[in-house]
Design a protein around this ligand. Structure first.
Ligand code: PLP
Length: 449
């Protein structure tokens, strides 16, 4: 029950040494993440980058999901950020998991999550991974082609299958679009259901993913209508569907964030989805979602140190190294080059892999009015030329040894970083920044959900 889950969370927090910052209206802290990062770097002689993981943000995103999409059970997409404390927290809140491989399934099971709370939602599975899912009792999975059906028949014949359908994600960048790789096209749906029927496989629902980082209204409308068409085709063939999986793609910024201002927010997507679920799918149909970035984006703040610097540098000499914008021809302007202890092969792989715009903040900000900014070129720590974090970014002159913060660095960052050139992945520090009790309501001791 809820109490057991809460104590499980408290255990995990204790093990992960979670720093609890209980805010009060008069604590004088205007920026709690910055406050905690400062405490860490001032009390320890750190030379490596780290991420500050605020578990409270995950909890708040969970509550926001439950409030706005109450019919949809979140199956957190582990690939987005497989941090064990985040996974344990989501499990303790009652969330489930979307795993894509044997490794992810194992990680989640090892944390005590039952196999019935996992969807193995990779449409193209290696046989050894499929057998592992079977042996561990993970039944729910997906397919989008006939070869996969034969493979499932041979190695996991009792699986419960969802047909992954194609979605139109052509307006997404190639880093977010998934439909080139996965999803059955409409003219194959009937035939695939027939093949499954012939193989006596149990098809129980439809799965789709509108594309990661989906920021256009209407994507879910089309996909939900298509899913409904598959429900009709399945009924005609004698299948009894019980699941609809609406995938991921939900934005991860907290309410009030200005990062993607003017683009659809979670609230807008939830308002698009909710009435369609009611209209198209009877209430006996269980609806799953597979949010990844929704939970992971905002909870991680990356703290990095400037460990080397080269300055001033003339533009002419830089142009040989890197293509700078052609509109500026101030050949002799002063520029600085900095080297950070985290780079393109670390958490900043998201710049290329996830189209992320890295936005630095100084741990100790300068006075905006009086400080001169210079076009700066910021590299990561490896000896590799493409290890670039920022080009021509206006920054005050930084000192070697100074720390920077990058917020919203939790999704597809540390999960896909590597140890290239011998630089280790950034380690995590955990905290819970708990907002002050609302003055309007009587304060009850904080519960997990
Ligand atoms: N589900 C599947 C099958 C995916 O491939 C992905 C990511 O690409 C996700 C869920 C998570 O997507 P997002 O992080 O956009 O929510």
């Amino acid at each position: 029950g809820a109490d057991a889950r809460e104590s499980q969370l408290l255990d995990a927090q204790a093990r992960a040494k979670v720093k609890i910052l209980q805010r009060s209206p008069d604590d004088g802290i205007d920026d709690p993440e910055r406050h905690l990062v400062r405490q860490i770097v001032e009390s320890e002689d750190l030379d490596d980058p780290f991420v500050l993981v605020d578990l409270q943000k995950v909890i708040e995103q969970f509550k926001r999901w439950r409030r706005l999409l109450p019919r949809v059970t979140p199956f957190y997409a582990v690939k987005c950020n497989p941090d064990p404390v985040i996974i344990q927290l989501i499990a303790s809140l009652g969330g489930c998991f979307d795993c894509a491989s044997k490794g992810e399934i194992k990680q989640v099971l090892d944390l005590g999550v039952p196999p019935t709370q996992i969807v193995y939602s990779n449409p193209c599975k290696q046989v050894s991974h499929l057998k592992f899912a079977r042996d561990q009792g993970v039944a729910l999975t997906v397919f989008d082609n006939k070869d996969e059906l034969h493979k499932i028949k041979a190695h996991h014949p009792d699986a419960e299958l969802m047909l992954r359908i194609w979605t139109d994600d052509s307006m997404l960048s190639e880093t977010g679009a998934l439909s080139v790789k996965f999803g059955a096209l409409p003219d194959t749906w009937g035939a695939l259901l027939d093949i499954a029927k012939g193989l006596q496989l149990s098809v129980v629902g439809v799965h789709f993913h509108v594309g990661s980082g989906c920021r256009h209204a209407g994507a879910f409308t089309e996909a939900l209508n298509n899913a409904h068409r598959v429900f009709d085709l399945a009924e005609k063939r004698g299948f009894t569907f019980k699941y609809l999986d609406i995938g991921g793609g939900f934005p991860g910024e907290m309410p009030g964030s200005t990062r993607h201002e003017g683009m659809p927010q979670f609230e807008d997507l939830a308002a698009e989805i909710t009435p369609l679920l009611t209209d198209l799918f009877p209430k006996e149909i269980a609806v799953l979602g597979e949010p990844g970035r929704y939970f992971a984006t905002a909870c991680q703040t990356l703290a990095v140190k400037v460990f080397a610097k080269r300055a001033p540098v003339r533009r002419k000499s830089l142009s040989a190294v890197i293509r700078l914008s052609e509109t500026q021809n101030d050949q002799d302007a002063t520029r600085f080059i900095y080297y950070l202890n985290e780079g393109f092969y670390g958490a900043f792989n998201c710049i290329k892999n996830d189209n992320h715009e890295a936005t630095p903040e100084l741990l100790n900000p300068r006075d905006e009015e009086t400080t001169t900014k210079y076009d700066s070129l910021v590299f990561g720590p490896t000896c590799d030329g493409i290890d670039i974090i920022l080009k021509e970014y206006p920054l005050p002159e930084l000192k070697v040894g100074e720390w920077l913060l990058f917020r919203d660095m939790g999704a597809y960052t540390t999960s896909s970083s590597c140890n290239f050139n011998g630089f280790a992945k950034a380690l995590s520090r955990y905290c819970r920044i708990i907002p002050p009790p609302s003055p309007h309501r009587r304060h009850t001791p904080s519960r997990v959900v």
